[in-house]
Design a protein around this ligand. Sequence first.
Ligand code: T3D
Length: 262
Amino acid sequence: QSESILATLENGVLQITLNRPDKLNSFNEEMHMALRAAIQRAHDEPEIRAVLLTGSGRGFCAGQDLGDRDPRKGGPAPDLGHTLDTFYNPTLRLIRNLPKPVVCAVNGVAAGAGANIAFACDIVLAAESAKFIQAFSKIGLVPDAGGSWSLPRIIGEPRAKALALTAEPLPATTAADWGLIWKALPDDQLMTEATALAQRLAAGPTLGLGLTKQLIQAAASQSLDQQLDMERDCQQTAGRSADYAEGVTAFLEKRKAEFTGK
Ligand code: T3D
């Protein structure tokens, strides 16, 4: 376990904490690799049935560590296409393809790729004091970490363009009003509620939840016909799961279902 990422497993939830608080948890190469390893662990270990992603200190994540991009140090301009391919994009794909729910608790400012990694998660809760900043245009870059894809889909082109072109901070409460995140919560309730939510999901029918996630994500790029076919296939798979049998049995026996995630 690396210092820049803390990972703890409790009640089926892998809590991953970005841990470079002095730099507002901005990404250096080490933190990139440690985050990816932690999410890969969530893929690989069946006892992990949900992920909770958050940040330590007063910020969630300020995107790329700009200290590692200092032009005053000389040398050729960095190949940022290469860094996206090598560091950000694999992590984004891992989060989206993880067949388990990912809850994000945005504890403070989320800027640049930090904001867009949050938006890639399945359920985003934020502290009321948090804000989201598409900081890229302030330094001459374009939105990355999937932001140019997710923002117009979630909030529409007009708001996506305004956020990206101006880099104006978006308060968490407005993000919730716009449907960009699930909820903004009083700061002192964020981690309690996010943990409870992640634990509730971890006690759920993991296979069905994973298929649900894939279905909803696929909708943006499929026709209704394709989506209906995919629903059929996913329902066929879910219908063969032990958790489906348990869910129906528990309903008929008027008791709470005990899901095993299989
Ligand atoms: O390069 C590639 O690989 C391409 C990929 C790019 C992806 C990206 O994310 S590009 C966008 C990079 N991020 C930014 O441009 C945001 C930069 N940060 C800020 O604009 C502000 O820090 C915030 C608006 C996020 C927060 O402001 P504030 O006033 O609350 O805090 P602060 O005082 O600016 O920051 C606190 C400390 O964190 C400070 O250090 P110090 O002075 O106390 O020693 C500051 O330098 C440090 N910090 C914050 N963000 C970064 C950072 N250090 C390095 N890199 C950062 N991104």
